[in-house]
Write a protein that binds this ligand. Structure first.
Ligand code: TEU
Ligand code: CA
Length: 536
C-alpha cells in the first residue's frame, strides 16, 4: 500500500503558524519549533502553503522565484533544515506547486513584457484586443476581466487570478520543461510530494474561453508524471474545483499515471448559488450526505479520495458546518472530525482545525486583508449592495477566517509572535489555544489524536467498504464500514436536538465517542453526539 493511503496530512499556512523572530509573520524556523507538537498530534506529512519568493499580492500564491525562499519566511538553509527535522520525526513534506501562473515580478514575465521578441514572451498568454476592447469575455476568479492591457506591446495578457498573477502558457512546451526541471530540483532536495494549485486550469484554451478541464490537461499531467514523479514514493494532490467522480478517476486511477488524488469541492460548493461563494442558499443536509456518499462509493478501486472540511481558502469548519457556540463548539467539532476521518480517503487537517478554531468577524473594510474579499467588497459596493450584506457574506465565507494566526498559549497574541501579528488573532484565543487543548484530556485536539491513531492501526478505515445506512435522515449521518468480516458503525448527530435515529442495530462496543454518556443503544442520539461502534 502506498504510504499516503493511510496517512493524515496537516496543512500549514506559514504566515499564520508560528513567528520565530518577532516580525509578526510566521516563518520556517517557527515551523521547526513546532514539529514536536505535530509529531505528538501524529500526522504523517505537512502540506506547506507557498514559502517561495513572492511580492505577496496573493499571500505567496504569486511566485517570483520557484527556487528561493521568501525572506520573510527564512532562507533555503532553513528549508533544508525543516525537511531534515521533519524527516527525523517521520513527517514528510509536501510542497505547494503553483504553475498555472507566476507573479508579474517573475523574471520570465519581466522579460516577456519588456521584450516581445524574447523567447519568454510565449511563456505567457498575449492577445490583441478586439475593437479597442478585451480579447474575450474570460473573467478573473477574483472578479473583473481576466485580460490586462499592456501598453508597450498594445496587447493584453491573461490572468485568471489577480493581474499580478499572469497565467503561464502551457501550450508552449518550453514552459513544461522549465516546470519539470524546477520540480525535479525540489525532489532532489528531499521533499515528498506536491499539492498542485488550480492544476485543472493548465489545459485552458483561452480563445475558446475554456479554462478548467481543457482537452490537453491529462496529457500534460501524464507527461509531468513521466518527467518527475515516476517510480518515486511521491504523493501528489491536485486542486480541482470542477472534478466529478468520473474526472477524479482520470486523475487518480493508478493505471493512468497522473496524480495520487485530487481535492474535489462538491461538498464545499453545494450551497453556492450559481457557483458564487458570496451568494449562499440554506444548507441542505441530505444533499451534503449524498455528495459524500457519492464520492465514497463511486471511486471504487479506480481512484482515491482526499477528505477535508478546511483549507486556507475556506471558512472554519466548526463555524460553517458545526456550531461554534460555547455550549457546542467542542462537541460539534469532534463530530465533524469523526465524520470525515472515518471515511475512505486521505484526510487533511488545516492548522487550527485540531483545536476547533472559529471564524473571526470583521466590521468594516479596513479590517479585511484578503485580496479576494477586498475585490468582492469593491465590486459589490459598486453594484449598490448594502455594506451590511457584503460584510455578512465575507464573514461567512471570506478567506481571512482561515488565516488568523494560531494561538499557542493564552499569553499576549497567543504566543504566536512577540511583535505585532500581521493579521489580528481571533479574540477568543485566551480560551481556544494549543496549550489548553493539549492539556485537556477531552479536548478536540486529543480527539484528533485518537482518530489519527485509529487510522494508522486499522485498515478497515483505509480499505473497508462504505455504506450509508440512512441517507434520507434529516439530522443524522449513519454509515458503516466493512472489512474482512468486521463492521464499524459511525453515528453522527448534526443538530443541537435529541434525535431518534430510526435504527436499532446490535453493537458490541464503543470504539470512540465525543460524549462520555454514549451507550450501546443506537436508537437515539444527543445533540452533536458522534459514536463509533463495533457491530455485534
Ligand atoms: O485557489 C484556487 C481558487 O480558485 C480559489 O481562489 C477559490 O476560488 C476561492 O478562494 C474560494 O474561496 C488556489 C489557492 O488555494 C488560493 O489561495 C490562491 O489564491 C489561488 O489558487 C491562486 O493561486
Ligand atoms: Ca517571522
Amino acid at each position: 500500500m502506498q504510504w499516503w493511503k493511510n496517512a493524515v496530512i496537516y496543512q500549514i499556512y506559514p504566515r499564520s503558524f508560528n513567528d520565530s523572530n518577532g516580525d509578526g509573520i510566521g516563518d520556517l524556523k517557527g515551523i521547526i519549533e513546532r514539529l514536536d507538537y505535530l509529531q505528538y498530534l501524529g500526522i504523517d506529512a505537512i502540506w506547506l502553503s507557498p514559502v517561495y519568493q513572492s511580492p505577496g499580492y496573493d499571500n505567496g500564491y504569486d511566485i517570483s522565484d520557484y527556487e528561493s525562499i521568501e525572506s520573510i519566511f527564512g532562507t533555503m538553509e532553513d528549508m533544508d533544515h525543516l525537511i531534515k527535522e521533519a524527516h527525523r520525526r517521520h513527517i514528510k513534506i509536501i510542497m505547494d506547486l503553483v504553475v498555472n501562473h507566476t507573479s508579474f515580478k517573475h523574471p520570465w514575465f519581466i522579460e516577456a513584457k519588456q521584450n516581445p521578441e524574447s523567447d519568454k514572451r510565449d511563456f505567457y498568454i498575449w492577445r490583441k484586443g478586439k475593437e479597442g476592447k478585451v480579447p474575450n469575455h474570460l473573467q478573473s476568479i477574483f472578479g473583473g476581466s481576466a485580460w490586462e492591457y499592456d501598453e508597450t506591446s498594445d496587447e493584453y495578457y491573461l490572468h485568471l487570478f489577480t493581474k499580478e498573477q499572469p497565467d503561464l502558457n502551457w501550450e508552449n512546451p518550453k514552459v513544461h520543461q522549465a516546470v519539470y526541471d524546477m520540480m525535479n530540483r525540489w525532489v532532489e532536495r528531499g521533499i515528498d510530494g506536491f499539492r498542485m494549485d488550480v492544476i485543472d486550469l493548465i489545459g485552458k484554451v483561452p480563445d475558446q474561453e475554456i479554462t478548467a478541464n481543457g482537452p490537453n490537461l491529462h496529457p500534460y499531467l501524464q507527461e509531468m508524471h513521466q518527467a518527475v514523479l515516476k517510480d518515486k514514493e511521491l504523493m501528489t494532490v491536485g486542486e480541482t474545483w470542477g472534478a466529478t467522480p468520473e474526472i477524479a478517476k482520470q486523475y487518480s486511477n493508478p493505471s493512468r499515471q497522473e496524480l495520487s488524488m485530487v481535492f474535489q469541492f462538491e461538498h464545499i460548493t453545494l450551497d453556492q448559488i450559481e457557483g458564487n461563494k458570496w451568494h449562499l442558499k440554506p444548507f441542505d443536509f441530505v444533499a451534503l450526505k449524498q455528495v459524500f456518499d457519492k464520492w465514497q462509493m463511486e471511486l471504487g478501486n479506480e481512484g482515491w479520495n482526499s477528505l477535508f472540511w478546511n483549507n486556507h481558502d475556506l471558512p472554519r469548519a466548526v463555524s460553517r458546518y458545526g456550531n461554534d457556540s460555547k455550549k457546542y463548539r467542542e462537541k460539534s467539532a469532534k463530530m465533524l472530525a469523526m465524520m470525515l476521518h472515518l471515511q475512505k480517503g486521505t484526510p487533511y487537517i488545516y492548522q487550527g482545525e485540531e483545536i476547533g478554531m472559529t471564524n473571526t468577524p470583521v466590521y468594516n473594510y479596513e479590517e479585511i486583508n484578503d485580496v479576494e474579499s477586498k475585490n468582492y467588497y469593491q465590486i459589490a459596493k459598486a453594484e449598490g449592495i448594502d455594506e451590511k450584506e457584503i460584510l455578512k457574506a465575507i464573514n461567512i465565507n471570506g478567506r481571512d477566517n482561515a488565516r488568523r494566526p494560531i494561538a499557542w498559549t493564552s499569553e499576549k497574541n497567543g504566543g504566536f509572535t512577540t511583535g505585532i501579528p500581521w493579521l489580528a488573532l481571533n479574540d477568543n484565543y485566551s480560551e481556544i489555544n494549543v496549550e489548553a487543548a493539549v492539556h485537556d484530556k477531552h479536548s478536540i485536539f486529543n480527539f484528533y489524536r485518537q482518530l489519527i491513531q485509529l487510522r494508522h492501526e486499522n485498515d478497515i478505515i483505509t480499505l473497508g467498504d462504505f455504506e450509508d445506512l440512512s441517507p434520507n435522515h434529516p439530522a443524522m449521518y449513519a454509515y458503516q464500514r466493512t472489512y474482512q468480516g468486521t463492521k464499524w458503525l459511525v453515528m453522527l448527530n448534526f443538530t443541537d436536538q435529541n434525535i431518534e435515529t430510526g435504527l436499532d442495530i446490535p453493537v458490541k462496543k464503543i470504539i470512540l465517542t465525543n460524549d462520555q454518556m454514549s451507550n450501546l443503544d443506537t436508537t437515539t442520539l444527543k445533540p452533536y453526539e458522534a459514536v463509533l461502534y463495533q457491530r455485534a
